[in-house]
Write a protein that binds this ligand. Structure first.
Ligand code: ASP
Length: 584
């Protein structure tokens, strides 16, 4: 090794030892006859001291060193005159006797410090430098620790990690595929997997009854803060199980993670049906750290002349505790909030429950004190509370009120960092109707089994069929999801039909799976957790990008290597791609 120690480990117990360190220069400071260098590596920072009086030649050499130069230094560990209590090595410094420059560095385009002066784009372009910064580096180390914990736990309970191919077949369901042209098969393409779903099911047919994989998945979707075109899943599948077994097995994993990584003991994870989640929170991933549950108000609001409510499919409200003292300006602010295009509501009705037992509302013209009292009673609102009411088509209104609920939760400080509320959302509908294309889509994916008791109505009333499908939600973020699968060829056939596939299409796309089902497919089910997302949620962070060593930006570009990029005409020709989409 070129070094005897790292820059993070020396302390008072090492005083008088001769050591050799390697690292990057964080800072050079001249102070009277002394030069001090902060030397950094992955493990920490150690102060190096050079004394002009005792070693002038060395000082002359060191004087010209710049930030981020890589050096190797040998010296004696000494007690530091002014100690730095903020770092583990703060009690000592190295009185340097020998220095070797391992490599010089250009001045970095931004400061390599916890608070950098570089903007997002610049830091993305020089990601390898950004990764030297503690906050970014620590996220990557955190991710590693989490992966190791998961692998150990899964191994201990008999799961086998098996790799599945990245060059597979494009499928029409789900998100858009990234495709890879095949040179050896002109005009044909591989697709990168959106998930290893069919492969893990085939592994069940093969008899690997407990499979997992920490695996990259690829989806060509529009990007948001918590999306990346390539992301990582903890993908799992089990045979001879029912939903209950899967929920219990992975509740074990989640508990283990929270204990090991956060030293938090998780309560048994609450379960909520999809129908209740929608009804009480307007979302299939409720942030259950706080209540403020929806109260449906049709019966106490549709008896007067207020047309907007009378014509609405749903009138629904929430109670903001202790907010009756909101000013006109604050209330108008909430109206503006729901009118923002991201929420898209027409407006908002409020009822203030005054301390003296009277009420004041934005619809006093239509509702008298008794009416408002009835609304308040229905909502369980007390004197001092504020009721916020929205109305319109059911699903749309639920979504809009969900946004308002989250906003109020944030404003009232109810979404506390460091507090974790976990939920299994269960009993998802099997299918969802799409108005635009006038057809049903699989809510989870086409391999999800209908609840056995609903199988009979799969064709006659598809919209009413539920599935043994489940999501794990933490603080309002969907961290994972899965289902019990179809393992019977006939049923899978019926499912494809309901999804609008002809027999030929089903055979062409998924023939391999349906054929496999004829050779003894066991009952099976599984799930996948978003690994990047899990890292972010456990760190109270919004963006998964911070936990990926080399992420892409919001337009799906890798700013560092500048991808995607054009390829040469020769390459295109070789791949039989004749359309050159290069823009002039
Ligand atoms: N393959 C599914 C997904 O990516 C997860 C599962 O059903 O296991 O969402």
């Amino acid at each position: 090794m070129l070094r005897t120690h790292t820059c993070g480990e020396l302390n008072a117990t090492n005083i008088n030892q001769t050591v050799t360190l390697c690292g990057w220069i964080q800072k050079v400071r001249k102070l009277g006859g002394m030069i001090f260098i902060d030397l950094r590596d992955r493990y920490g920072i150690t102060q190096l001291a050079f004394n002009n009086e005792t070693n002038a030649a060395l000082c002359q050499q060191v004087e010209k060193f710049g930030r981020e130069w890589v050096i190797r230094v040998t010296g004696l560990v000494a007690e530091r005159y002014s100690k730095n209590k903020n770092i583990p090595t703060g009690d000592i410094e190295i009185i340097a006797s020998e220095v070797e420059v391992l490599n010089e560095s250009m001045t970095p385009p931004f400061t390599i410090e916890d608070e950098s002066d570089g903007g997002d784009e610049l830091r993305m372009k020089y990601r390898y430098l950004d990764l030297r910064r503690n906050p970014v580096k620590n996220n990557i180390l955190f991710r590693h620790r989490l992966a190791i914990e998961i692998r150990n736990y899964m191994n201990n309970i008999g799961f086998v990690e098996i790799e599945t191919p990245f060059m597979i077949k494009s499928t029409p369901e789900g998100a858009r595929d990234f495709v890879v042209p095949s040179r050896m098969n002109p005009g044909e393409f591989y697709a990168l997997p959106q998930s290893p779903q069919t492969f893990k099911q085939l592994l069940m047919v093969s008899g690997f009854d407990r499979y997992f994989q920490i695996v990259r998945c690829f989806r060509d979707e529009d990007l948001r803060a918590d999306r990346q075109p390539e992301f990582t899943q903890i993908d799992c599948e089990m045979s001879f199980v029912e939903q209950e077994d899967i929920l219990n097995t992975f509740e074990g994993l989640i508990k283990h993670i929270f204990k090991k990584i956060k030293n938090i003991d998780i309560d048994p994870i609450e379960r909520m049906t999809w129908a209740d989640a929608m009804k009480y929170y307007g979302s299939d991933k409720p942030d259950a750290r706080f209540g403020m549950r929806f109260v449906e108000l049709n019966d106490v609001t549709q008896h007067k002349e207020f047309k907007i409510f009378n014509e609405a499919e749903l009138v629904v409200g929430i109670v903001a505790k202790g907010c009756a003292n909101y000013t006109r300006k604050q209330l108008d602010g909430l109206v503006d909030f729901v009118r923002r295009p991201q929420v898209g509501a027409g407006g908002l009705v409020y009822v203030l429950c005054n301390q003296d037992g009277t009420f004041k509302s934005s619809v006093d013209k239509f509702y008298d004190q008794n009416d408002l009292k009835a609304i308040a009673a229905k909502c369980n609102a007390e004197a001092g509370d504020l009721i916020l009411i929205m109305s319109g088509p059911r699903m749309k209104t639920q979504k809009q009120l969900c946004e308002l609920r989250l906003e109020m939760g944030t404003r009232l400080g109810l979404r506390k960092a460091g507090e974790y509320k976990l939920l299994w959302v269960i009993d998802f509908p099997l299918l969802e109707w799409d108005e635009e294309t006038q057809r049903f889509y699989a809510m989870h994916h086409p391999f999800t089994a209908p609840k056995p008791e609903h199988e009979a109505i799969l064709e006659s009333n598809p919209g009413a069929v539920n599935a043994n499908a489940y999501d794990l939600v933490i603080n309002g973020t969907e961290v994972g999801g899965g289902s019990i699968r179809i393992h019977d060829r006939q049923l899978q056939n019926r499912m494809f039909k309901v999804l609008g596939f002809t027999d030929e299409e089903a055979q062409k796309q998924f023939g391999f799976l349906m054929n496999a089902f004829q050779y003894g497919a066991p009952p099976h089910g599984g799930l996948a957790f978003g690994f990047d997302r899990m890292c972010a949620v456990l760190s109270d962070c919004d963006s998964i990008r911070d936990f990926i060593a080399f992420p892409k930006n919001n337009s799906g570009r890798d700013m560092m290597i500048d991808a995607p990029s054009t390829i040469s005409d020769a390459q295109l020709q070789e791949l039989f791609i004749s359309v050159n989409t290069k823009q002039e």
